[in-house]
Design a protein around this ligand. Structure first.
Ligand code: PLP
Length: 230
């Protein structure tokens, strides 16, 4: 077995265990294999090992890979999306994790209208204060979501967070918990047309904690493909 296949199995085993610790069904957790900087052959290996969802953070890089690998797996856009790249996303991605403004949501909706296609999106939330990461502030989330429900070619499926990096994964836990609580708060208000089932949170160093806190999508690069060299 190649290293990618072995890593993939190890990651799955760890997810099964983390889910069991909190009484969750591991089948409710989707692993996004994050393949930025990873060459196509390694991604193909992962797909052959059973990976069904692949994540990229740059449109151009994703485009080159998808041309070769095709869309037999689900492709996720997990990085910041520039407005001028939105015209490509419907041909490339199944889900965009990183909608971080109403303006971006509107541009996606407009492109969807042109093509009569709906894009599944997650809303990126900024937790952790002075970090320069993109995302909506929790305080502006509710009004923003209400505006976004008026965009028919956008299917808002959930929330996404990238907490600050901590070497101790336990330090990520409050951020994951906060995202789940924000989701629950919004769901309890029952905004028409929004269900927010998905929580995209957890990376190689902290995905088990994220699973314990309710992640439905974990975005894992290094633990599957090894350290990035670029
Ligand atoms: C790179 C990246 C990941 C995966 O990071 P690893 O630490 O390699 O697992 C997850 N999410 C986003 C948004 C990323 O850019």
């Amino acid at each position: 077995m190649g290293d990618v296949a072995a890593n993939w199995q190890a990651v799955q085993g760890r997810i099964v265990k983390a889910a069991a610790r909190v009484g969750r069904d591991f089948q409710g957790i989707r692993v996004i294999a994050v393949s930025k900087t990873v060459p196509g052959e390694r991604i193909q290996e992962a797909i052959e090992a059973g990976v069904t969802d692949v994540g990229e953070n740059r449109v151009q890089e994703a485009r080159q890979k998808i041309e070769v690998l095709g869309r037999g797996c689900r492709w996720h856009m997990i990085g910041h999306l520039q407005h001028n790249k939105v015209k490509y996303i419907f041909d490339l991605f199944d889900v965009v994790h990183s909608v971080d403004s109403v303006d971006l949501a509107r541009v996606i909706d407009r492109e969807g209208r042109r093509r009569s296609r709906t894009m599944e999106v997650l809303i990126q939330v900024k937790l952790g204060g002075e970090e320069t990461k993109s995302g909506l502030e929790p305080s502006e989330l509710l009004t923003t979501l209400e505006e976004m429900t008026l965009l028919p070619f956008l299917s808002i499926r959930g929330l996404m967070v990238i907490p600050p990096f901590f070497s101790n994964p336990e330090e990520s836990r409050p951020f994951f918990r906060q995202l789940r609580q924000i989701r629950e708060g919004i769901m309890s208000r029952g905004i028409h047309g929004i269900s927010l089932e998905e929580l995209s949170m957890g990376m190689s160093h902290d995905f088990e904690v994220a699973v314990e806190e309710g992640a439905t999508m974990v975005r894992i690069g290094t633990a599957i493909f090894g350290p990035r060299t670029l």
